[in-house]
Each structure stands twice: as C-alpha cells, then as structure tokens.
Design a binder for this molecule. Structure first.
Ligand code: GDP
Length: 298
C-alpha cells in the first residue's frame, strides 16, 4: 500500500480525488492560455514559438483543471522537444587542420569561448592553434594570449591593425606545418560597421580556402544570453555575412535563462554546440535540452 501521506484523505475519498498535497488548480481556458503565451514571449521565446507551444499544451487539456506541476512538466516537455535536435557537440573531422571560424559581436564572449574550447580540445588529446584575427582590438589579442597560455595552446598574433586575412593565411601554414588538428580563428565583431566586417570575414574565408578549399569547416556564432531578443538580429546579421554552422550561448550562469535559444532553435535549427556558464576555463558545458528546459520553466 502507498505510504499514509500519499493516500487520498477523507475528503478525497469522498470526492473521488486526492486532496493532499493541495496544489491550486485552475481551469485551462483561453484567458489562461493567453497569459501563458505572454509569459513565454516575455521569456524571449518569440511570438511564433510561444503560440505553437501554447497550442500544443492546450491540446487535450482545454477545460480541464490544471496545477502548476502538470503545467511546468508539459512546458518543459514541449521545450525539450524543440531543443533536442539542436543539442550537438562541435563535430570533429579527420581533416587537418579543421578550421573553426569564430564570429560574434564584441563582448559576446568569443575570446573566452575560444580559450575554453581550446582547453577542452587539448584535454581530449587534440593539438590546437589559435589565430587572433581581430587585429584591431589590442585588448582582445592580449586576452586571447592569456587564454592560450592557460590552455597551453599557441596563439598567432600580428601587429595591431594589420590585415586579418593575411594572419589567417599564416595561421593555416603554421597549423599545417605543426600537424595541428584544429585551428580556431577569432574574428572582429564590429556589427556597427557591417559592410567592413562582411568584407573582412569574406576575405578571411577566401584566403584560408587557398590552403584548403573545404575550409572553414565550422563557423561558430557566439551569442550572449544577457542580450535577450538581440540574439535574433545577431543571428540574422551574421548569417548574411558568414555561413554560420553552429551556436554557442555564453553567460547562462547569470540571471538570463536563454529563452531566445528556443526561438532560434525553432526558426533556424542551428546546432547549439556548447554553453558558457562562467568566466573560468572549465566553464563551457555541453548543451543539455532537458536541463535547459527545466531551468527555463523554473
Ligand atoms: P569578446 O569581445 O566577444 O571576445 O568577449 P570576451 O570573451 O572578451 O568576453 C566578454 C566578457 O564576458 C568578459 O568579461 C568575459 O569574462 C565574460 N564572459 C564570457 N563568457 C562568459 C560566461 O559564459 N559567463 C560569464 N559570467 N561571463 C562570461
């Protein structure tokens, strides 16, 4: 028999349902659905996605009294279903060097993510070279060198203001001659100067293709969870400038829950390779849809 506390109470037996624990229940009607929809939109999930998720939750539940536990579970299930297909670690290829171009607006966490990624790859027995192709930002180059030291990975730099593409070419030569498994290329993120940035990224791609016409093998877009809905326009912008193949979302350790990832997954289906959960070298985690959904639903 079930433990005493789980048995229906007297009233429960009388009414034919369990009374304890008494969770407030509410009839699932149009008003409640609308509130739910607004909540999801406020959580950055985007109108389209919010509408569909709500519709799925309504299915088979309209007019029924529903408690928070069931609602949370249903929501988490819906979100997990959307996110599961995009949870994919960075694919590794036998190609040497596998060239990973890392793009994103300044401050999104590109430099940090490259450092963390280099460290993880090293720990997995891969040899890695980093190229600091954001040659205009001296601070970014310095930061990358610090990360390279921490990760035990060489960082190729060029004098400030020199041509990023020519550094990328030198890095290809070096990575090849070193027999490196991967080359991680940091790039500029001046989104306020799109035409320039597009030209710069295009030139880097052109030049590395002179060494390997299949490169870059991955183009990682780094997004900052704290920018909320802005992530959508950043994806739009960078997809126009580069052949974005996957995402990393940083700063998910703070208050931001990254609801925009649901909208992104729903709209673009781009793989989410990792999430940043802190400023330390080990703070890069695999994206776990289930965990993410539960944290988002709260
Ligand atoms: P970049 O300009 O895109 O290269 O960005 P940086 O890598 O320099 O990161 C900008 C700031 O965000 C730095 O202060 C980082 O320490 C911080 N940062 C990066 N990733 C994370 C993260 O996952 N969590 C937290 N809390 N901070 C992060």
């Amino acid at each position: 028999p079930p433990p005493e506390t789980e048995r229906p109470g007297l009233m429960g037996r009388l009414l034919g349902r369990e009374t304890a624990p008494a969770e407030p229940r509410r009839e699932l009607d149009d008003a409640m659905l609308e509130e739910l929809e607004d909540m999801l939109i406020a959580a950055d999930m985007g109108t389209e996605t919010a509408l569909r998720v709500t519709a799925n939750i309504a299915e088979g539940r309209m007019g029924r009294r529903i408690g928070a536990t069931e609602l949370k579970q249903a929501l988490a299930d819906e979100i997990t279903r959307i996110m599961a297909p995009v949870a994919q670690p960075l694919p590794l290829y036998p190609r040497k060097p596998q060239v990973v171009l890392v793009v994103g607006v300044n401050g999104s966490g590109k430099t940090t993510t490259i450092g963390k990624l280099a460290s993880q790859l090293r720990a997995a027995g891969k040899t890695v070279v980093i190229a600091a192709c954001d040659t205009f930002r001296a601070a970014a180059v310095e930061q990358l060198q610090v990360w390279g030291d921490r990760a035990g990975v060489p960082v190729l730099v060029a004098p400030q203001g020199s041509d990023p593409a020519s550094l990328a070419y030198d890095a290809m030569v070096r990575a090849e001659s070193d027999g490196a498994d991967l080359l991680l290329i940091d790039t500029a993120g001046r989104l306020q100067n799109r035409a320039d940035l597009m030209e710069e990224l295009a030139k880097i791609v052109r030049v590395i293709r002179k060494k390997d016409e299949t490169a870059p093998h991955n183009t990682l877009l780094v997004l900052d969870a704290t920018t909320g809905q802005n992530a959508l326009s950043q994806v739009e912008a960078f997809r126009r400038m580069a052949d974005v193949s996957g995402l990393v979302m940083t700063k998910l350790d703070g208050t931001a829950r990254g609801g925009v990832l649901v909208a992104l997954a729903d709209r673009y289906g781009l793989p989410i390779h990792a999430i940043g959960v802190g400023e330390q070298i080990d703070d890069l985690d695999a994206f776990e849809p289930d965990e993410f959904a539960r944290a988002l639903v709260g």
